[in-house]
Design a protein around this ligand. Structure first.
Ligand SMILES: *[C@@H]1O[C@H](CO)[C@@H](O)[C@H](O)[C@H]1NC(C)=O
Ligand SMILES: *[C@@H]1O[C@H](CO)[C@@H](O)[C@H](O)[C@H]1NC(C)=O
Ligand SMILES: *[C@@H]1O[C@H](CO)[C@@H](O)[C@H](O)[C@H]1NC(C)=O
Ligand SMILES: *[C@@H]1O[C@H](CO)[C@@H](O)[C@H](O)[C@H]1NC(C)=O
Ligand SMILES: *[C@@H]1O[C@H](CO)[C@@H](O)[C@H](O)[C@H]1NC(C)=O
Ligand SMILES: *[C@@H]1O[C@H](CO)[C@@H](O)[C@H](O)[C@H]1NC(C)=O
Ligand SMILES: *[C@@H]1O[C@H](CO)[C@@H](O)[C@H](O)[C@H]1NC(C)=O
Ligand SMILES: *[C@@H]1O[C@H](CO)[C@@H](O)[C@H](O)[C@H]1NC(C)=O
Ligand SMILES: *[C@@H]1O[C@H](CO)[C@@H](O)[C@H](O)[C@H]1NC(C)=O
Ligand SMILES: *[C@@H]1O[C@H](CO)[C@@H](O)[C@H](O)[C@H]1NC(C)=O
Ligand SMILES: *[C@@H]1O[C@H](CO)[C@@H](O)[C@H](O)[C@H]1NC(C)=O
Ligand SMILES: *[C@@H]1O[C@H](CO)[C@@H](O)[C@H](O)[C@H]1NC(C)=O
Length: 419
């Protein structure tokens, strides 16, 4: 009799832990017919002010998300079809659709969040409800087809970003179910060899466990951040390896885990400012890594001042979070990029360090989508010295051999003469 409630609470905890991985299904209906249906996972990366600094949190769209039937609409009243999903304490995600008869698209995306929710925004110095709208979402499909994008797609909206993954969505639906014909997004076409036509339904649930891959050198990824007008303002190329220690559920002890970020599964987002720039990398569904660069205007130098990691891997007993905002890494001069081909270890917290490989970044002053001249790290400069030293040593050796030969020849000449 006592076992049952115990088991039940265990299951609740289990599902709560899985909450951020699971996809939600959202449906807007009018009468008996469905006009918008979306099956997706989403997470939001939101930056807010505390009294002393700024902080970035990643908020998953929870299972408990519901449709706001009062605001959502199928558009029969002359308005655009609108899907409004509510979650947590008065946070909302809105998708507005438009069509030209042959193609439908997300016309704009609205994110509303309530900074007085201290469970999501601890230490926020504001209690405002913030509403941000993005006009260029880039999600569209022919009418009577389902838009499909399993690859994470990140959309910037105000200072926040929204990352969708495992997404299937249709508006202006001809029936009550998603159309079997799928319009597959570009990212899915390049990262998988899946057919571009309707995929069989058995393959729809791709494994959502990009969990700890065996180590080895991580693959180098190319990441960028764009301003709202589409120009690239931050560039980064690097291989990244996370070194995290956490309490393992299966082993009931603290374990040290290395995870290589897989660029194919990682999306980038962020923001650029004159004195501070942030790059947010998200490997769906459970890893978020952010870098903040700041400028010292008296010296005209910039540095990597903050690293923040949030992770919720399946074997973790609790979501992992580590951040440090008083770092002093990757120092370079404004107008230059920073480069380090050698492996570097960036210590963040005792429980988390980051290994970088073949790194080049430029967080400020990017023009024409290209890196400016690079300032190289000391390790690379030292490594460059090795061939020079070896070369010099070889040249010296050749010289000695040559001199020895010449002397030897002179001696032997002298020898013949005395005989
Ligand atoms: C909705 O469904 C109910 C029962 O299935 C049916 O009686 C009703 O006529 C339907 N309404 C519309 C508008 O189709
Ligand atoms: C943080 O505060 C600064 C200065 O008041 C303001 O410009 C900025 O918009 C705030 N950021 C957020 C995310 O509220
Ligand atoms: C919140 O903090 C930022 C600096 O972090 C400051 O600029 C802003 O004025 C503060 N806002 C309020 C409402 O106190
Ligand atoms: C609708 O928009 C798409 C993409 O912008 C375009 O290719 C198509 O020709 C348009 N159709 C009509 C009927 O305007
Ligand atoms: C979003 O797009 C719809 C349809 O184009 C439009 O009616 C609505 O005003 C837009 N909302 C915002 C906030 O731009
Ligand atoms: C924001 O959240 C707080 C605390 O959860 C709540 O009291 C308040 O009503 C919310 N604001 C709105 C506009 O719903
Ligand atoms: C979409 O499907 C509906 C019902 O099957 C049909 O009436 C309509 O003509 C189709 N529209 C297009 C653009 O194919
Ligand atoms: C985009 O905005 C940046 C500043 O945010 C500006 O320097 C640049 O000229 C703009 N580019 C275009 C194409 O409008
Ligand atoms: C990972 O971190 C631990 C503890 O800081 C350290 O002992 C270990 O060498 C690190 N491993 C790698 C591959 O960086
Ligand atoms: C986990 O380890 C702790 C002590 O290290 C022990 O008290 C506890 O019973 C263990 N739990 C399980 C489920 O094995
Ligand atoms: C990423 O994709 C490329 C090309 O599709 C492939 O060659 C590479 O092996 C993939 N990397 C990983 C780590 O899956
Ligand atoms: C900028 O650099 C100077 C010289 O290194 C240092 O004294 C000053 O504290 C730095 N300012 C900031 C805001 O980090």
């Amino acid at each position: 009799m006592k076992v049952f409630p115990c088991l039940a609470s265990l299951f609740v905890a289990w599902f709560a832990a899985l909450g951020c991985i699971q996809a939600v299904t959202l449906e807007v209906k009018e009468g008996n017919s469905t006009c918008i249906k979306a099956e997706l996972s989403a997470s939001f990366s939101i930056t807010y002010n505390t009294s002393s600094s700024t902080r970035t949190v990643v908020v998953p769209l929870p299972d408990s998300t519901t449709i706001d039937t009062a605001s959502s609409s199928c558009g029969s009243d002359g308005r655009s079809p609108w899907l409004v999903a509510l979650f947590g304490s008065s946070h909302a995600l809105g998708l507005s659709f438009s069509t030209n008869g042959s193609v439908y698209s997300i016309a704009n995306l609205t994110l509303q969040y309530n900074l007085s929710d201290t469970s999501l925004f601890p230490d926020s110095n504001s209690s405002d409800v913030v509403t941000v709208v993005s006009g260029s979402v880039g999600i569209w499909a022919p009418i009577n087809t389902t838009y499909r994008c399993l690859t994470p797609t990140t959309i910037g909206v105000g200072g926040a970003t929204v990352t969708f993954s495992d997404m299937r969505l249709e508006a202006y639906m001809p029936g009550n179910e998603l159309s079997p014909a799928e319009s597959v997004c570009m990212a899915d076409q390049t990262t998988t060899t899946a057919p571009t036509t309707t995929a069989s339904t058995t393959t729809t649930t791709t494994p959502t466990t990009p969990e700890p891959t065996p180590p080895g050198s991580p693959e180098r990824g190319s990441y960028s951040v764009k301003t709202s007008n589409g120009t690239v303002c931050l560039l980064a190329q690097m291989g990244l390896q996370l070194n995290v220690s956490y309490v393992s559920q299966s082993q009931n002890k603290t374990v040290q885990e290395l995870l290589n970020l897989n660029p194919n599964l990682t999306s980038s987002a962020g923001s650029c400012g004159a004195s501070s720039a942030t790059l947010v990398l998200t490997q769906e569904p459970t890893t978020m890594l952010s870098f903040t660069f700041t400028v010292n205007s008296t010296t005209n130098k910039y540095r990597l001042s903050e690293i923040n990691l949030q992770a919720n891997w399946s074997d973790m007993t609790a979501p992992f979070s580590a951040s440090n905002d008083s770092l002093n890494y990757l120092r370079s001069t404004l107008g230059h990029s920073y480069m380090c081909n050698a492996e570097q270890t960036l210590a963040v917290e005792p429980t988390f360090s980051l290994n970088t490989f073949r790194l080049q970044v430029q967080p400020f002053g990017v023009t024409t989508n290209q890196f400016a001249a690079a300032e190289e790290c000391q390790m690379d400069q030292d490594q460059m010295l090795i061939p020079i030293i070896v070369g010099a040593a070889l040249a010296g050796l050749v010289l000695i051999v040559l001199i020895a030969y010449l002397i030897g020849r002179k001696r032997s000449h002298a020898g013949y003469q005395t005989i």
